[in-house]
Design a protein around this ligand. Structure first.
Ligand code: HEC
Ligand code: CU
Length: 365
């Protein structure tokens, strides 16, 4: 067997030239991330957004500097140590193992870096948690496929925009009525999942007026891709008060009652078709069209649900009567077309159900 001793590989002038070039590029990329005007592209809508951006700068700067060295050396070494034309076809490279000095440093340096990263993240997280608790307390609730908002002294839910006054601390309690959604406002840099049965809290203080997109970041069902259309409006106190009082009046008649529990008796007496129509536009049109049965969106068209001779039975096989429609609204139903959420998921009180049934009963094909 031929004794093959590894040739020590020396570094030559080329290596040091490449190192110098890469060092210059790495420093340039670090300076780029220090100077990059993030807020020009993504406004810093709340006070703690700046800290999160600082963290991002640190990670982007170290990431790009590392990338420059790793990619640069990869290219340089694959050229410098490529197989020569004179090498026999079955030649193998120099076999090296163990370099304690190198291994020491490539363990120590990343360990220090990761430690630094965690110290910085914990400090920023701490500052976010320290935001004042005594501000406006609001609930945001994830639904398929929108967020609803509850404000103190406003009945029911607000389902289009979320408004906040400038400069006043906010406590936002998040939960979900059906599946896991993610509540994300990129301009705030804050993001939290909304989980059914769990309330999580984020606190912040708006510092910049504007309209900011709210996005759901969890794949929550067929219309998840539509969950980016609502906005957070940050405005001065006077405009906020006007909006707030507008909702207090508009929702004055809306019931604050809790969703109808399964099995709870529901009286269809006194159902208000006009209120049902408003509610339908808020809570049902994401999944149902006012069109014949076979014109599906997510669920079937509902125009003729109670008055279509061609469809004497509901999807659950029961006759199309107001009581049986109320039963589907209360208990939900999962069949071959998918899942109709129950009253708790749709946030329907027993009065809401009576109103909806009264409305559906007015529809004719
Ligand atoms: C997340 C989507 C979704 C939402 C929101 C939703 N539905 Fe449904 N609905 C469905 C699906 C899917 C079905 C069919 C279930 C099956 O048969 O598999 C259905 C079935 C129904 C039926 C039975 C129709 C028939 O012909 O038998 C009625 C009535 C109904 N929904 C009313 C409503 C009302 C009123 C609302 C608003 C409060 C609403 N739905 C909200 C998805 C939804
Ligand atoms: Cu969602």
């Amino acid at each position: 067997m031929a004794e093959q001793r590894a040739q020590p590989i020396g570094v030559d002038r080329g290596f040091w030239t490449v190192t110098l070039v890469l060092a210059v590029l790495a420093v340039a990329s670090i300076i780029f991330w220090i100077l990059f005007p993030i807020s020009k592209y993504l406004p810093e809508a709340i006070i703690t957004a700046r800290q999160v951006d600082t963290m991002f700068r640190f990670m982007a700067a170290s990431g790009s500097a590392l990338y420059v060295f790793i990619a640069g050396y990869l290219i340089y070494f694959s050229i410098a140590f490529r197989a020569k034309a004179s090498d026999p076809p079955d030649a193998i490279g120099v076999q090296i193992h163990d370099n304690p000095k190198l291994e020491f440093w490539w363990t120590l340096l990343p360990a220090i870096f990761v430690l630094l990263l965690s110290v910085i993240s914990v400090r920023i997280w701490y500052e976010i948690l320290l935001e004042p608790e005594n501000g406006l307390v609001i609930q945001a609730i994830g639904h398929q496929f929108y967020f609803s908002f509850r404000y103190p002294n406003v009945n029911g839910e607000i389902t289009d925009e979320m408004h906040l006054p400038l400069g006043e601390p906010v406590t936002l309690n998040l939960t979900s009525a059906d599946v896991i959604h993610g509540f994300w406002v990129p301009a705030m840099r804050l993001k939290n999942d909304t989980v059914p049965g769990l309330v999580t809290t984020i606190r912040f203080t708006p510092q910049l007026a504007g309209r900011y997109q709210i996005i759901c970041t969890q794949f929550c069902g067929v219309l998840h891709s539509q969950m980016h259309k609502q906005v957070l409006v940050i405005e001065d106190r006077a405009s906020f008060d006007k909006w707030y009082q507008g909702w207090q009046q508009r929702n004055a008649h809306v019931s604050n009652a809790l969703p109808a529990a399964p099995g709870q008796a529901i009286s269809l007496q006194g159902g208000d078709a006009a209120a049902g129509k408003t509610l339908f536009a808020q809570k049902c049109t994401a999944c149902h069209k006012l069109a014949p049965f076979d014109q599906r969106l997510v669920g079937p068209g509902l125009q003729g649900v109670l008055h279509d001779p061609a469809h004497p039975n509901l999807v659950n096989g029961k006759p199309a009567t107001p009581e049986n429609v109320a039963g589907i609204l209360q208990n939900g139903f999962t069949g071959s077309l998918g899942t109709m959420p129950n009253a708790s998921a749709n946030g329907l009180s027993s009065q809401d159900i009576a109103n909806l049934v009264a409305f559906l009963n007015t529809l004719k094909l």
